[in-house]
Design a protein around this ligand. Structure first.
Ligand code: GLN
Length: 313
């Protein structure tokens, strides 16, 4: 089998949860005001195999906004739509070594965003979504991410409003990238679609199914639907490996040895290609904006399940 049989994997999940729950360091994000209201102790953990079998522990039904984890799936949709070369040219595949909302990173490379997991690159990626106008692009994002999750996703309006009122920095990033000719649509419209995509409401199970779809070469293992091509999926995982946890992607790769993606609401996905998708929700973040408990649980599970892609034994 792909995962240990039922009782054993449940025990491993419970141990990963208990181990990570002992950690109380980090801070809940508050630069988007409504996120500060999250329960700092909330903690859910879920794994879904590429056979669609699911195991979970803790608060896996608590809803939160997907935030930057959306970037991975929008990128997969855009690569599926435009192909390997074009997206690489526009958005890039290299780590910036700087914070996810850095403006310096944009200036350092003549407006090139460097990768699709920082805000500049994610906004440039959303601009490439198919659709004649912003509404059509938004619908393509919502519908595409819903196919990854296997259920219709909807925006958390409170999060969308809260971030829209306070996202001056992302608007500036959109304008700056546009000023270098790297966004062809109206940047304010693109940033609005991006803000909606970040406000999509999910729970830990949704994220685990989405991660499992990336593990399964683009086929949702629960619905059986092909969401993106195997090639788009592969390209997405490569980018997650270099940049999924921003400037601390090296630390992550060193400890976990798998592609992953974090979001500032506290979500985190980990993908073991061909095997399993894992997800966690725990809102306390480290200085780079990555869930503290999520990283600890992922490291634990990667180790006990033998998933590190660099381990030969
Ligand atoms: N919506 C958030 C932002 O653009 C996403 C950032 C994140 O999750 N790291 O700032």
């Amino acid at each position: 089998g792909l995962l240990p049989e039922g009782a054993r994997i449940d025990r491993m999940l419970a141990e990963a949860h208990a181990h990570a729950a002992r950690h109380h360091e980090g801070r809940v994000a508050d630069y988007i005001p409504v996120l500060a209201a999250a329960d700092p102790e909330a903690f859910g953990l879920c794994v879904v195999g590429v056979d669609g079998v699911r195991h979970e522990v803790g608060q896996t039904a608590t809803r939160f906004s997907i935030q930057s984890i959306s970037k991975a799936f929008v990128y997969a949709l855009v690569v599926d739509h435009l192909g390997h070369g074009r997206v690489r040219e526009v958005v890039g595949v290299n780590n910036t070594g700087l914070a996810f909302n850095s403006l310096i990173a944009i200036e350092l490379h003549d407006g090139h965003p460097r990768n699709p997991m920082v805000n500049a690159g994610a906004i440039a990626t959303t601009a490439l979504m198919p659709g004649a106008d912003p509404d059509a692009q938004w619908e393509a994002v919502r519908e595409g991410l819903s196919r990854f999750a296997g259920r219709p996703l909807a925006v958390d309006d409170e999060v969308y409003r809260s971030e829209s009122e306070t996202n001056q920095r992302n608007r500036a990033i959109g304008q700056l990238v546009h000023s270098y000719g790297r966004i062809e649509r109206r940047p304010a419209d693109v940033v609005d679609v991006y803000t909606r995509q970040c406000a999509l409401s999910v729970d830990t199970v949704d994220l685990a199914v989405m991660a499992a779809t990336l593990a399964d070469g683009g086929v949702n293992p629960v619905t059986g639907e092909r969401v993106v091509s195997a090639e788009a999926c592969r390209d997405t995982l490569a980018v997650l490996a270099t940049s999924g946890l921003y400037e601390t992607s090296g630390d992550w790769m060193f400890e976990i040895g798998l592609p992953g993606k974090s979001g500032v609401a506290g979500g985190l996905i980990t993908v073991a290609p061909g095997k399993v998708g894992m997800a966690s929700y725990a809102p306390r973040l480290d200085a780079a904006g990555n869930s503290v408990r999520g990283q600890i649980a992922a490291a634990y599970l990667s180790r006990v399940l033998g998933l590190n892609i660099f381990a030969s034994a």
